[in-house]
Design a protein around this ligand. Sequence first.
Ligand code: PLP
Length: 434
Amino acid sequence: MYYNSINNKLNIKNFISIFLNNIPKDKTLFFPFKIPKISKKYFSFLKNKSYIDFSFYISKYFIDYINDEKLYNILNNSYLKFNNEIIKLESLNDNYILNLNTGKTLAFKDIALVPLGFLLNFVSKIINKKIIIFCATSGDTGSAAINSFKNFNNIKLFTFFPFNMISDIQRKQITTIKRNNIHNISLIGNFDSAQFLIKKIFENLKLFKKNFLVSVNSINWFRIVLQTVYYCFSSLKLFKNNLINYYVPTGNFGNALSVYVAKKMGFPIGKIIVCNNDNYYIDNFLKYENIQNNFFKKTISPSIDITIPSNFIRIINVYKYKIKKLNEINSIFFSDKIYNRYIILSLEFFYLKYKKIYDPHTITSLTSLIKENLKFNNVVVSTAYPIKFFFSIKKIIPSIKLNFKFKKTFKLVESYKIFSLNYNLILNYVKKKI
Ligand SMILES: *Cc1c(COP(=O)(O)O)cnc(C)c1O
C-alpha cells in the first residue's frame, strides 16, 4: 500500500514512513494512493468472521510492513483486553445502535487506540528507538491513549487537554494514572488550541532528532484504518437488501471519515449523517458551503466541541473541492446540528419515555435520526458510555447513580501541569521530560 500527501499525489510514501511521520512536509495530511476495493467473493468470505478476524483482513491492506502472523497476533493480543463483545449492535425499533463504548475508558476510541499502541510498541522495538506520542484531547482520546500506552516503556506520551473544558470524570481518567512515561498538560485554551500547539511542535521536528514523534489523534491515518473496521464489520453483519446509513456524532471528523473509507472499500453503506453540536463547522460547510469558522461554544458534549475538524480536508481533497463537486460530497454526507438545549431535552425525553440514559454525544445522532424519521437500516453510532458525563447528566436526570468503579477513581490523586498557551515554555517542558 502506498500513501501520498493530499496536496501532492507524487509525494509517495510506504507504510513505515507515514507510520512514523504522520504529517507530510507540506503540512497537510496523508491519504492512501488508492483505497482498496473488496470483491463480491471476498465479502462472502468475510461475512461470518469475528471482529478480530475482520480487523486483520481489513488492516492487512493498509499495513503491509508487518507479516500476517505477527499482525494477527498484535490484533489478537489487543482485543483480548476487551471483556465481552468488542462492538455491540443493539436494535432500536427498525434501526440499530452501534455501541462502541465497550473498552476500558468507555469511549469509542479504545477499540482503535489499543491496537495502535501495540503496533507502535512493535515498530519501536524493531527500529530500536523511542517513540514520543503527542495527543491533543477534547476528553476521550487522552484516557484511551494512556490506557493503551501506559505499560510500554519505549513509548512516551504527552497529553494536552483544555483546562476546565472536559468533564470531571474525563479529567480524572487522564490524570490519575501514574507512570513515568506519561505527562499530562492542561492548557488554558480550547481543543483547537491544543491541536494547533501540537502541529507547531511537529513542524519543528529538528528539535527532536533522536526520537520519532507520532500523533495518536485521527490525523494519524492508522487510527482511521482501525476505526474503519467498525463499519466494515457492522455493515456486513446488518446488510440484507438495503444499504446501511450511519449517524455519527462528529468532532474532528475521524469517525465519519472511517465510515467513508469502509464505503469506498465497497461495504454496503448508504448515507453518512454527520451530527454536530453548537460547534457546527461541518454542518455549515455541507449545507451552505460556508467555510468560515464558528465561534467556539462549550457544551455538555465536550468531545465534539471542535471548530477546526482536522480530518475534513481529507474529504475535501478527495473531491478536489470545487463548488460543483460539493454535490458529490452531499450525495454521501448529510449533516445535522443539535443545539445544546435540544441535547438536554432529548436526554430528558429518552429517560422519561424509555427509562434509557444515553451519553450527550450519542444523543446528537439519536435526535437526528428521530428528526429525519427515516425508516430501516439506520445505525446510530454510540460513542461513549453515559457515566463519563455523570455530573452534566445529573443536572438533567437527578436520579442517575455513579457506579462503584468511578467512585474509586474520584478518590485518586491527580497529576497534571497547567500551562498558558506559551509555545516556548511548553516546548522546554516537553524537552526536559523526553
Ligand atoms: C472523540 C469523540 C467523538 C468525535 O469523534 P471524531 O472522530 O473526532 O469526529 C464523538 N463522541 C465521543 C464520545 C468522542 O469521544
